[in-house]
Design a protein around this ligand. Structure first.
Ligand code: MG
Length: 253
């Protein structure tokens, strides 16, 4: 069900959004060669707790998952697209790392993701990260009352494909409110003027997942980790946007 948020709901989502932003900044700061993704998870847990929030990822078991998610962050290096489990993997120079992690404040959710390079990466890899972020902002520009989800997806897809990269189609953006994943689904592709109409009171997560190679994905045996089928690198960016009476507001930036 779509929760239509009033001023109080959006105010609580804004608190969650600030916690998410602080958590992401702390991870960005700490993500250096040698640190493990489990160590980043511990840092993330501390930050959201210090903001009076709880994790919406820890023990999450939506989307038909066989087992609850065992981390506060999804830590997805290199060819991992999304839902990487924090563990013993130590970052190394030349990696890319996608972090997806959210927070709950008094029942209201925030959700965001980013990809960063660990040290120096080849030019095409830096471009993958830039293009993915740009495609997210192009999508966010279309998140306004009266537009449709297809307007958002079309904007994302246009930026990605112009750069010669591939949009992941099996995982999508979503509504957010008193649950992390609410309708409507917000695919990262589509035709303008199609899909679900966005309305004041909605909040939407725009989250392109972009591969250097083909769009196809595979799930690992852990029941969570999604990798590119062709082994190519993948990037992911996400923000939570509220459609308030004063217009759209990005709550996690
Ligand atoms: Mg999300």
């Amino acid at each position: 069900m779509i929760t239509v948020k009033n001023e109080t709901g959006f105010a609580k989502m804004a608190v969650a959004g600030r916690a998410v932003k602080a958590m992401h900044e702390a991870i960005r700061e700490a993500a250096k060669p040698g640190i493990t993704t489990k160590e980043l998870d511990v840092i993330a847990a501390d930050v959201i707790e210090s903001h009076g929030c709880t994790s919406n990822f820890l023990n999450y078991q939506g989307m038909g998952a066989a087992v609850p998610f065992p981390g506060v962050i999804c830590a997805s290096p290199n060819n991992v697209i999304v839902h990487g489990i924090p563990g013993d993997y130590a970052l190394k120079e030349g990696d890319i790392l996608s972090i997806d992690a959210g927070a709950i404040y008094e029942g209201y959710h925030g959700d965001a993701a980013f990809t960063m390079a660990i040290g120096e990466v080849p030019e095409i890899v830096a471009r993958l990260i830039d293009v993915t972020e740009q495609s997210m902002w192009a999508g966010i520009e279309q998140v306004k009352a009266g537009n449709k989800t297809g307007d958002v997806g079309h904007a994302v897809q246009t930026v990605v494909e112009a750069a010669g990269f591939s949009v992941v189609t099996e995982y999508v953006g979503h509504g957010i409110g008193t649950a992390m994943h609410e309708p409507p689904q917000v695919p990262n592709y589509g035709e303008p003027g199609t899909g679900i109409r966005l309305k004041e009171g909605y909040a939407i997560c725009v989250e392109p997942m972009v591969n250097i190679g083909e769009w196809k994905t595979t799930m690992l045996d852990d029941g969570w980790t999604i990798v590119t089928e062709d082994g190519s690198l993948s990037a992911h960016f996400e923000h939570t946007i509220a459609l308030t009476p004063e217009g759209p507001k990005v709550l996690t930036a």
